[in-house]
Design a protein around this ligand. Structure first.
Ligand code: NDP
Ligand code: HSE
Length: 438
């Protein structure tokens, strides 16, 4: 007996859409054997018809207006690979209203409008699958939502933006300039349509927001995330960190506390002995601490056409397998049953505890270090490590670098304010956070 194929409408055939078409066709037989039915893209929509024809060879229907896919009674599932939260949001909501299941890689859309999208999807009894939205080809959504379901998850920390990890790696390894490496990341298809989302940490914050929601069973709270990117990071600090035994990575971090959750993205010093510090290039890694399982880590390609397509197609297979299941028996969108979500809000960054790296430009004269350490001691901040560069003989200035033990961010900022007032300290301090993952 032949089983009806899953009929798919693909919207957006850029990097990920193109990869999805290619992999789905190349591995059609293998995928059918897993899904229990063929998965067929029956129509594609894009702004560029010539691109569609070049990709599909005219084998499937081309639709100039993607919205037609959302309303097409001959389509069971739409894949949204357009990006952004303008048209893509209207498209996804329209597809759900029309009873279509949705697969999307669009983390920006889910982090900012996910609460609305999932509420409508639940009302309509349709699936919204988003494995590709976090860490590209790494099945981290599956791991957090299903594999670790026995655990009380304590924290999740990850290198979840391939573009910035690629930039940091190339700058450190090859001494290449920021702009040169960014252009290469764009050429390789890693970067977002607007690369400031990558560089300024926004893309990583979208992904961290989604992981926090499914790790702790909380609504999406992107607006409350603390976000710092790598655009202000200086080569000097990457080099000093290395001399002290650390690498600097852009991490997305979310931690659970009794009174709330931390949700933050920023450049972070990590001991170079840690596995995650050695994740290089466009590779991603997500480190999860659960109370039962302990530490687990997931590593792989976080961006690019086929790695991301791998996740998109895994979602299609899930949809095919769960098509006839009662919606109440499917895996909940955000891992927890919708009526069991927790009301934990995001803790302000001032209340977060961390260790800190400080770089200060100081006059090379007696008493400077005593003044700085006195301010820190007055603020109950203890120093873990200290390093002074060879003084610049002509200028009579030098860099002082120190790493503190754990303290509250508000205390650290208050101390920095006082240190910057010292007559021997020149200019502004550079402050970076450090994680030990103890
Ligand atoms: P691209 O820009 O390469 O592709 C988007 C495609 O959508 C383009 O072909 C674009 O056409 C088309 N498009 C734009 N507007 C419309 C519209 N109104 N109707 C139909 N088609 C439209 O993006 P990516 O493939 O890189 O990214 C797609 C999504 O996947 C994004 O949400 C992104 O964040 C996410 N993602 C991307 C990853 C990657 O490695 N690239 C990894 C993980 C997730 P045109 O070019 O003519 O404007
Ligand atoms: N721009 C993203 C990155 C794509 O560089 O990681 C994958 O989400």
């Amino acid at each position: 007996m032949s089983v009806k194929p899953l009929r798919v409408g693909l919207a957006g055939i850029g990097t990920v859409g193109g990869g999805t078409w290619t992999v789905l066709n190349r591995n059609a037989d293998e995928i059918r054997r897993r899904a229990g039915r063929p998965i067929q893209i029956t129509a594609v929509a894009d702004l560029d018809q010539a691109k569609a024809r070049a990709l599909t060879g005219g084998q499937v229907r081309f639709v100039p207006d993607a919205m037609a896919l959302a309303r097409d009674p001959e389509i069971d599932v739409v894949i949204e690979l357009i990006g952004g939260y303008g048209f893509a949001k209207d498209f996804v909501l329209e597809a759900i209203r029309n009873g279509k299941h949705v697969v999307t890689a669009n983390k920006a859309l889910l982090a900012t409008h996910g609460n609305e999208i999932f509420a409508l999807a639940q009302q309509k009894g349709v699936m919204v699958a988003f494995e590709a939205a976090v860490a590209g080809g790494i099945p981290i959504i599956k791991a957090l939502r299903e594999g670790l379901t026995a655990n009380k998850i304590e924290w999740v920390a990850g290198i979840i933006n391939g573009t910035t990890n690629f930039i940091l790696s190339e700058m450190r390894d090859k001494g290449l300039a920021f702009d040169v490496v960014l252009k290469e990341a764009q050429r390789l298809g890693y970067a977002e349509a607007d690369p400031t989302f990558d560089i300024e940490g926004v893309d990583a914050a979208h992904k961290a927001t989604i992981m926090a929601a499914i790790a702790f069973g909380i609504p999406m709270q992107f607006d409350a995330a603390h976000i710092e990117g790598i655009s202000k990071l200086q080569a000097k600090d990457i080099a000093y960190a290395e001399q002290l035994g650390y690498r600097i990575k852009l991490l997305g971090i979310t931690k659970r506390h009794a009174n709330g959750v931390e949700l933050r993205v920023h450049p972070t010093l990590i001991s170079s002995k840690k596995l995650i510090a050695n994740v290089e290039g466009a590779m991603n890694a997500v480190w999860v601490k659960g109370d039962a399982v302990g530490h687990t880590m997931y590593y792989g390609k976080g961006a690019g056409a086929e790695p991301t397509a791998s996740a998109v197609i895994a979602d299609l297979v899930d949809v095919a397998r769960m098509l006839t299941a009662d919606p109440a028996n499917r895996v909940p969108y955000l891992a927890f049953q919708p009526d069991q979500m927790a009301a934990l809000s995001v803790v302000p960054i001032a209340q977060v505890q961390s260790c800190y790296y400080l770089r200060l430009r100081v006059k090379d004269q007696p008493g400077v270090l005593a003044d700085i350490t006195r301010v820190l001691a007055d603020g109950q901040i203890s120093i873990d490590m200290f390093f002074q560069r060879e003084p610049d003989e002509d200028l009579h200035e030098t860099d002082v670098v120190l790493i503190t033990h754990l303290c509250l961010e508000q205390d650290m900022r208050a101390a920095i304010g006082r240190i910057e007032q010292l007559p021997t300290v020149l200019g502004q301090a550079v402050m970076l956070r450090m994680e030990t993952f103890a």
